[in-house]
Design a protein around this ligand. Structure first.
Ligand code: BGP
Length: 476
């Protein structure tokens, strides 16, 4: 029996997504080294947008314990299985495998942990989808080498990939090389371990780091395919759909320019070369990226198989100057407010129709399979006396997004592999370091100060999503 074109394909990968550093905890257990996520501090990203060496307001990022997924993964995966997950996106903490990043021999205890984790998924027929570096890397690489500003990182990363590709080649098929690789200029520390020094050209440092990540990603793709030709290795970008504020061509130009800065990253990873527009941008702005002979060939030989992307919101670009810069209002990613949209409690403008537009934009541009690996609503949940959590707002958000996703697939013919809503179990927020910004179908009893039993509760959305999966997206 073939697929009904009015429905999601039979093998559509419904699931959920987390990242090691935001859920595992056990930050110094099992031979794990210190990662950048372990030293980043609560609120660091929002307040400072870059690393501020040390502690802010005396409070460490609570990822040290997080939701203790490291010790409770069996219970959690059983709950994912109960919802009917076909896949589960998580990341490998680089520091569990190479505590300092530059060792030759990996840490067996770390490798074993992920063996057990993937086996647990496979036991239920859940396909693991693995991000190789999700906002974490060994902190020792920052101190010793300056992190991704240093080309040496390429070899360390590729060696790490070689170890995990070889070890998990029969357990994991879907990989992504770097989480949201395009946010390096926004969050240089959390995405590339970069501390910007006084007097440095921020953009130049960030694009240089990105160049090294492109090389590392491309080499990993090539190597992965050699180790197992069935591997599907993708890039992962934050997709910021940008609308012009008006039909004034100047606003359209402003929106295009904003998008170009993001498309740069997928262009290089999907097409295998630098787009001419960004090359010109570097020249005009005197941004010098050090490249070596052979780099172009490396990029060409390591094109990704699919595009994984996160989608939470859309943005609005304007040609008007607001208070000296255009990055202050409307959204955390910049731009101005969209009067047609409501925003989440954290100011993220909710735009389900924008997801259909985004899927079309990406598919038209690249013609490679797409995978929505993050989407969801960060909200404050209330636990009722009987332990129930009535998160209708989350159901409403997801339902509307899935409806648009379905239109993109069934009406527009977009090749979509799967859908993994973010934070399928509550976890630590990446941008605020908090627990109270929750995304999950499963509630975890823990507060911002780290208090709580860590007990898991099923929210109303748990039962709703279970039925969505059971009906392959027919009942929403
Ligand atoms: C993405 C990150 C995730 C995740 C998500 C939600 O940018 O890839 O790690 O955290 O955003 O963001 P937040 O946790 O800040 O609400």
């Amino acid at each position: 029996m073939g697929n009904n074109i009015n429905q999601f394909s039979k093998g559509f990968l419904w699931g959920g997504a987390v990242a090691a550093n935001q859920c595992e905890g056990a930050w110094n257990v099992g031979g794990k080294g210190i990662s950048i996520a372990d030293v980043a501090t609560a609120g660091a990203l929002d307040k400072h947008r870059e690393y501020t060496d040390g502690v802010i307001e005396g409070k460490y990022y609570p990822s040290h314990e997080a939701i203790d997924f490291y010790h409770r993964y069996k219970e959690d995966i059983a709950l994912f299985a109960e919802m009917g997950f076909k896949c589960f996106r998580t990341s490998i903490a680089w520091t569990r495998i190479f505590p300092n990043g530059d060792e030759i021999e990996p840490n067996e205890e770390g490798l074993k942990f992920y063996d057990n984790l993937f086996d647990e998924c496979l036991k239920y027929g859940i396909e693991p989808v693995v991000t190789i570096s999700h906002y974490e890397m060994p902190y020792a690489l920052v101190e010793k080498y300056g992190a991704w500003r240093n080309r040496k990182l390429v070899d360390f990363y590729v060696n790490y990939c070689k170890v995990i590709f070889t070890r998990y080649k029969d357990k994991v098929k879907y990989w992504m090389t770097f989480n949201e690789i395009n946010v390096v200029s926004l969050h240089p520390f959390i995405s590339a371990g970069i501390k910007i020094k006084d007097g440095e050209k921020r953009e130049e440092v960030c694009y240089q780091a990105a160049h090294h990540q492109f090389l590392a990603s491309a080499k990993a793709v090539k190597l992965g395919h050699e180790i197992n030709p069935d591997f599907k290795i993708g890039c992962m970008i934050l997709y910021p759909l940008v609308y012009p504020e008006t039909c004034n061509p100047k606003d359209v130009q402003a929106a295009n320019e904003m998008m170009d800065k993001h498309y740069f990253f997928s262009d290089v990873q999907v097409r295998g070369y630098y787009p001419s527009k960004m090359k010109r941008y570097f020249e005009i702005n005197n941004i010098n990226i050090h490249m070596e002979e052979g780099d172009e060939e490396i990029l060409r030989a390591g094109k990704v198989d699919f595009i994984g992307f996160s989608y939470y919101m859309s943005l609005v670009a304007t040609s008007k100057t607001i208070k000296g810069d255009n990055t202050t209002s409307g959204n955390m990613l910049g731009g101005v407010e969209n009067p047609y949209l409501k925003a989440s409690d954290w100011g993220w403008q909710i735009d389900p129709e924008g997801l259909r537009i985004s899927l079309n934009n990406l598919y038209d541009r690249y013609q490679v399979p797409l995978f929505i690996v993050e989407n969801g609503l960060g909200a404050v949940d209330k636990v009722e006396e009987d332990g129930s959590i009535c998160d209708d707002y989350r159901i409403d958000y997801l339902r509307k997004h899935i409806i648009e996703m379905k239109k993109a697939v069934t009406i527009d013919g977009v090749d979509l592999v799967g859908y993994t809503p973010w934070g399928c179990i509550d976890l630590i927020s990446a941008s605020t370091g908090e627990m109270k910004k929750r995304y999950g179908f499963i509630y975890v009893d823990k507060d911002n100060e780290g208090n709580g039993t860590l007990k898991r509760y099923k929210k109303k959305s748990f039962y709703w999503y279970k039925n969505v999966i059971a009906t392959n997206g027919e009942e929403l």
